[in-house]
Design a protein around this ligand. Structure first.
Ligand code: NAD
Length: 305
């Protein structure tokens, strides 16, 4: 099987090196040939356009900065659509838009080409070592065809769902990480300005329920997904009091806490609606209502807002 790689940056360049090390026959391109030095030295063949990669390869992988570059490489002049042959597959490993990949896939389907979204978790060193976690959006048989290539790059291939689901999963993953950074920066700055140093706070936080990952491992599946809010483990009335104390401290010390003030408002709303005696996790259900989605299991307890 001949493989193409387009986008030889920090991620793509290291994935290409890994594939070459695994004995894969690789044809590559990038908008800048300077990016390809190490990959060409390791045995890849260079061509000038994505269309030429597509004409030579059975499976084409891309790792590009974002949606505009993905669209250009896929459907722009000299792009994949011009060169791809029926029966071949394009696997986009960029962090990109699920809406875009679904729209592009329709045009590729007309040519008999499979499109798969497969963004990754891990950094350049994981690309180089073949230790990525890959989130795949594809039909079973489409994934089966490209899996031998992806296996060189990953310790885990998570088949999330149909086309676009990999991109959705990646956005949820990164939004969680980025949101956590904002929250951590707020609470640490509050704690430090109130007189406790950052190392001590880190040690304390690591030992508590949050630091031990209990929200993710136990409370989401055991409380939120089951609507198990009553009787409360930790009642929202008490949680609301704590978050109000933290925000009051922030105001006294002139520490801006934008995320925490929004958190307080959701708690205020739920207490106002009469749910102060329910578990703090009940705010999860508030978001179910706001977003118009179901995020609880079929056997969850009856709960109305
Ligand atoms: P990068 O900027 O290092 O690499 C992007 C490459 O794409 C560059 O070599 C660039 O020249 C090339 N490129 C840009 N436009 C092109 C075009 N039109 N045609 C051909 N090549 C083109 O970025 P990166 O860090 O390797 O990230 C790649 C993707 O992986 C991004 O979507 C990023 O969000 C995602 N990602 C990155 C990391 C990370 O730690 N760096 C981790 C997970 C996911």
């Amino acid at each position: 099987m001949s493989v193409g790689y387009i986008g030889l940056g920090r991620m793509g360049g290291n994935m290409a090196l890994r594939l070459l090390e695994c004995g894969v026959d690789l044809v590559v391109t990038d908008v800048s040939k300077d990016q390809a030095g190490a990959v060409l030295e390791a045995g890849a063949r260079w061509v000038d356009t994505a269309a030429e990669v597509a004409a030579e390869a059975d499976v084409i992988l891309t790792s590009l900065p974002g949606p505009p570059q993905v669209e250009q490489v896929a459907a722009g002049p000299g792009g994949l659509l011009e060169g791809m042959r029926p029966g071949s597959a394009w696997v986009d490993m960029s962090t990109s838009s699920p809406v875009l990949i679904r729209a592009l896939a329709q045009r590729f389907a007309e040519k008999g080409v499979d499109v798969i979204d497969a963004p990754v978790s891990g950094g350049p060193q994981h690309c180089r070592a073949g230790e990525l976690v890959i989130f795949v959006g594809a039909e079973d048989e489409q994934l089966a065809r490209v899996e031998p290539v992806l296996q060189h790059l990953a310790t885990e291939i998570l088949h999330i769902g149909a086309l676009g689901a990999g991109a959705v999963a990646k956005l949820v993953n990164n939004a969680t990480a980025l949101g956590t950074w904002s929250l951590l920066s707020e609470v640490f700055s509050l704690g430090v300005k109130a007189g406790v140093d950052h190392q001590t706070l880190h040690g304390m936080l690591s030992k508590g329920a949050y630091g031990r990952g209990l929200i993710l491992s136990q409370m989401l599946p055991g409380v939120a997904f089951k609507h198990n809010f009553d009787p409360a483990g930790f009642a929202l009335n008490l949680g609301r009091k704590d978050i109000a104390l933290a925000n009051a401290l922030g105001r006294d010390l002139n520490v801006p806490l934008p995320v925490l003030n929004l958190v307080e408002q959701s708690a205020v709303e739920m207490v106002g609606r009469g749910h102060g005696d329910k578990d703090t996790a009940v705010v999860f259900s508030l978001q179910e209502e706001r977003a118009g989605v179901v995020m609880h299991d079929g056997d969850a307890k009856e709960f109305t807002l």
